[in-house]
Design a protein around this ligand. Sequence first.
Ligand code: SAM
Length: 293
Amino acid sequence: MFPLAEERHRDRNRRQRADGEQRPAECAPCIRAKQSGEKEAGAGARYAAGSGDDGDFGDSHVVCLHGHFLSTIPGMRARTKSLNPAGKKHKFGKAWMHEHVSDHWVHEAQRLGYRSRAAFKLIELAARDKLLRPGMSVVDLGAAPGSWCQVLRGQVGPRGRIVALDLLPLEPIAGVAFVQGDFREKATLEALEAALAGHKVDLVLSDLAPNISGIESADQARSVYLGELALEFSFAWLQPGGDLVVKAFQGEGFAELQGAFRARFDRVHARKPKASRDRSREVFLVGKGFNPA
Ligand SMILES: C[S@@+](CC[C@H](N)C(=O)[O-])C[C@H]1O[C@@H](n2cnc3c(N)ncnc32)[C@H](O)[C@@H]1O
């Protein structure tokens, strides 16, 4: 398991113990599957996914009340996968589950076949700042479970080029090249650069979000650091006039990050899409019109 994912498991367990949080009972389909010894393929990798302060698992994954991950790819029938193939107790808190099942964007994601409610953030940003057009090439950093890739796929069309990266596995999406690894590591950056094969891109997106430790200063520093890495990457790989979107938490270091955007982009906006939860400190910095040094 990757260090961040491992940390994520530890943090969640620690938080649940500290809160004395109730865990939901196993649902009927889970119990039936367990009794019949039935295996649900491919669910293990998904279990570790999800990060950020915008709902933890909720932001990254569409999950039903029973804890089944709903994964759909446009053009394919919706299907359910258990998050809990080993039949262990569910790890979602009651409060989280309640918020999740009553969330408008979760329902919309399920209805439209997006892997995550995060899709609607990109849809709103793209419409407002005219970010996407057919045939463009895009890098999607922090791509799992893949809802931004789904949106990109639909909007850049068959001539477009999408290279996605995440610590976690990404269930394949036709036309999306995927690099798995930690973006903070040199080897991962090299793998991403190899996937680009020397071709500069029109747009860099970063929805990278650190796992929330609960220690605000540490989480803030990690978020800004991931933003700085995405910015640095865009300096090397954006076409002149290209655009950049970076998610970061508001707080210490955010103003400096915004200043660094202003130094190299014609226009810079700080956006808070409707699908971003009010309680979340996340903001998307949008840089339009890259100026190479
Ligand atoms: C909010 S989720 C992204 C959701 C995605 N945009 C979507 O639409 O499905 C943030 C992602 O950032 C990834 N991530 C966090 N730190 C990372 C790192 N250092 N390197 C690579 N990926 C990272 C997490 O694994 C997680 O999948």
